[in-house]
Design a protein around this ligand. Structure first.
Ligand SMILES: [Fe+2]
Ligand SMILES: [Fe+2]
Length: 167
């Protein structure tokens, strides 16, 4: 389903649609992360992905709470953007033989995912507040904070060690 479907009439509809988009995305990420864990060589990177897999499962629980608070069905809507990001990550990883270069590629792919999530949660928090749903906003803010922290950890790993090791 495209982003602008005819059933989106109000700001509230738009909010629920984007909630379903990120719900789908998080569920795809949960499916993709185990393969990133198994492909990563650096122990810190591997455990970073494992930690984020646990966080992601918890983020899904928070999203389900947001659906309930807002009084709508828990459901996802296909998000072609995350499908594309994850597909590209898989393809790039499949083409890299050198373990150190593969780690650098995995970090870049993971950061693309985090940045996608950050833009979605940033919007969702702003819209939830605008709609007077501070209860939803605070749950979405917790997810946003975790994505930002993950992105920053990945950045530090890449810039302090792993890019150099790969070069
Ligand atoms: Fe997430
Ligand atoms: Fe994430």
């Amino acid at each position: 389903m495209g982003f602008f479907t005819r059933d989106i009439k109000t700001m509230d509809d738009l909010f629920v649609h984007m909630l379903r988009d990120i719900y789908y995305a998080e569920n795809q990420i949960v499916k993709a992360l185990p393969s990133m864990v198994s492909k990563a060589t650096d122990p810190q990177l591997k455990s970073g992905f494992e930690t984020h897999l646990k966080e992601t499962k918890n983020q899904i629980v928070r999203l389900e709470q947001v659906f309930k608070l807002h009084g709508v069905d828990i459901s996802g809507v296909t998000c072609p953007a995350i499908d594309g990001i994850l597909k590209e990550a898989d393809e790039v990883a499949g083409e890299v033989d050198d373990k150190a270069v593969l780690d650098a590629a995995l970090i870049a792919a993971a950061q693309a995912v985090e940045h996608y999530e950050i833009t979605r949660y940033g919007t969702l928090v702003a819209w939830a507040k605008q709609l007077g749903r501070n209860d939803c906003a605070s749950l979405l803010q917790q997810n946003l904070d975790e994505e930002k922290a993950t992105d920053s950890k990945l950045n530090t790993m890449a810039e302090s060690r792993l890019n150099r090791r790969a070069a």
